[in-house]
Design a protein around this ligand. Structure first.
Ligand code: GDP
Length: 217
């Protein structure tokens, strides 16, 4: 774990040469991009900092804007990154201001996509460093564990705490959730901390053999 920004002099683990919006998926039977590349999905509750993280990761000012446009927040948005993988930006879940019945609306689309995408290579789950995981976060993490897809946890907004506090919180969250150190990336969209670590973790994820065909140890 580091809390510094991009180390100077080290090559960028993920230079963005091509970034293209492919389109939205609104229902589980609806349109989705052709399956030609491995897919990496980003999930987290609303306001966790997902758009900010994606913009930082892609080194764009507002590339994730489409997903926050009114009417589009409940769709999955797909992007081709470098013709290397498809980034799936999933709708933020568990928005506190909507009623209980509406709250569960995210589950069929999100869980349907995550549970049935044949080329899903990995998932990045976002958690806010300042908050304990919500019930929806636990539902999501349990679901991902059941699917068995490799998961990275990005812990967002670490600049909101003092460095020692942020480190302690990251350790506490990792322990509580039973995460290995190499699964956890502390991140700040404001300072850029964790950008290259996350990019590098994604590259490693993409280099892994298909987890569906790998025999369990
Ligand atoms: P999303 O709903 O998950 O896409 O979250 P946004 O990226 O829109 O961020 C929600 C709020 O958190 C906004 O006010 C952001 O400015 C703020 N935010 C996001 N990332 C960071 C971060 O790394 N540090 C700080 N201090 N604020 C952040």
């Amino acid at each position: 774990m580091t809390e510094s920004g991009t180390p100077t002099g080290t090559p960028d683990p993920m230079v963005i040469r091509h970034l293209e919006y492919l389109g939205p998926m609104a229902t589980i039977d609806g349109w989705r991009p052709e399956i030609t590349l491995p897919e990496i999905a980003f999930v987290g509750r609303s306001n966790v900092g997902k758009s900010s993280l994606l913009n930082k990761l892609m080194r764009r000012k507002s590339f994730a804007r489409v997903s926050t446009t009114p009417g589009r927040t409940r769709e999955i948005h797909f992007f081709d990154v470098n013709h290397q993988f498809v980034l799936a930006d999933l709708p933020g879940y568990g928005y506190a201001r909507i009623s209980k019945e509406r709250k569960a609306e995210w589950r069929p689309l999100i869980e349907g996509y995550l549970g049935t995408s044949p080329r899903l290579q990995g998932v990045v789950q976002l958690l806010d460093v300042r908050h304990d995981p919500t019930n929806d976060d636990y539902v999501m993490m349990d679901f991902l564990a059941d699917v068995g897809v490799p998961t990275i946890v990005a812990i967002t907004k670490i600049d909101k705490l003092k460095p020692a506090q942020a480190r302690a919180r990251v350790e506490e969250l990792s322990k509580r959730l039973g995460l290995d150190a190499d699964q956890v990336v502390p991140f700040s969209a404001h300072t850029g901390a964790g950008r290259d670590e996350l990019a590098s973790a994604l590259m490693q994820l993409l280099a892994m053999p298909d987890w569906r065909t790998t025999e369990e140890e």
